[in-house]
Design a protein around this ligand. Structure first.
Ligand code: SAH
Length: 266
């Protein structure tokens, strides 16, 4: 039994807008003794915890690991063994490119009780905030989340899986890999004018979106000097359902062909 131990909650903080936190996440933040957070978690979200919990930054930046993954896991175990209520707060959802699985395994191996609280992953937040539907009956019947840089910086093994024309691709961690990725997609059969959007700091007050095509987007994103974090959405949905309600500012290099939007009750 783990009676002497505390507990760890792996909590998703959502993509940036504090109002996208779940009620459970907000409660756990307030009740925590200690919060371990990373770079993607904004000060506004941390402020929801109130003054009591101790905060520990375990962020990483662009491969420059401030606190290594193993060290983070050791810290979680160490805090829990002191009987503390530990919140490990992660941007987006802990189980989407968030190493939540690795941390859960480490905690279980150490006999520490661990619970996961989902968060709004960046793809869903950015899609909502830009009015790009990730699926759409006219344009995409599936959506695939991929990472632009895996552990070994390899290219995706299966380019063919990425080039289905009725599929939306969402690439996380992508700015550095954007050019390589968009070239690979074209070599694997997607057309040069296939629509792409890059969303930086999605759902925050600083959100910026650049729209283009597989051939133009890397240059446009570079010209715009987009900051991190940024996420890339690729597919016909990028041209679907565009509305003036969304993003009247901050767009650079819009290049798109308006796609027909079917109405009617679905
Ligand atoms: N667990 C997180 C993802 C962590 S990986 C989640 O579920 O969202 C980090 C990557 O997520 C970033 O490089 C970027 O591609 C994406 N990301 C996170 N927050 C973002 C935001 N507010 N806007 C755009 N992309 C974001």
């Amino acid at each position: 039994m783990q009676t002497a131990n505390g507990r760890v909650w792996l909590v998703g903080a959502g993509p940036g807008d504090p109002e996208l936190l779940t009620r459970k996440a907000e409660r756990l933040l307030r009740e925590a003794d200690v919060i371990l957070h990373d770079r993607l978690v904004s000060p506004e979200i941390l402020a929801l915890a109130g003054p009591r919990p101790q905060r520990i930054y375990v962020g990483k930046c662009c491969g420059n690991h401030h606190v290594g993954q193993r060290r983070t896991e050791e810290l979680l175990v160490h805090c829990a063994r002191q009987g503390l209520r530990v919140v490990r707060l992660k941007g987006g959802d802990p189980f989407i490119f968030g190493r939540g699985g690795e941390e859960m395994d480490a905690l279980r191996a150490a006999g520490i009780a661990c619970e996961v609280v989902p968060g709004v992953t960046a793809a869903l937040g950015c899609a909502a905030a830009t009015g790009i539907p990730l699926t759409h009956r006219d344009h995409a019947s599936s959506v695939l989340f991929v990472t632009g840089n895996d552990r070994d910086n390899r290219s995706p093994a299966d380019w063919a899986a990425l080039t289905h024309r009725d599929r939306t691709l969402v690439m996380y961690m992508g700015l550095a890999a954007l050019e390589h990725f968009t070239e690979g997609l074209q070599r694997s059969g997607l057309p040069a004018d296939w629509p792409v959007a890059v969303v930086a700091e999605g759902t925050t007050a600083h959100q910026q979106t650049v729209r283009g095509t597989l051939t133009t987007i890397a240059g446009l994103a570079r010209e715009a000097g987009l900051p991190s974090p940024a996420l890339t959405i690729i597919g016909q949905v990028v041209t679907a359902g565009r509305s003036h309600l969304f993003e009247t500012s901050g767009q650079v290099g819009a290049q798109h062909v308006a796609a027909p939007v079917a109405d009617g009750d679905r």
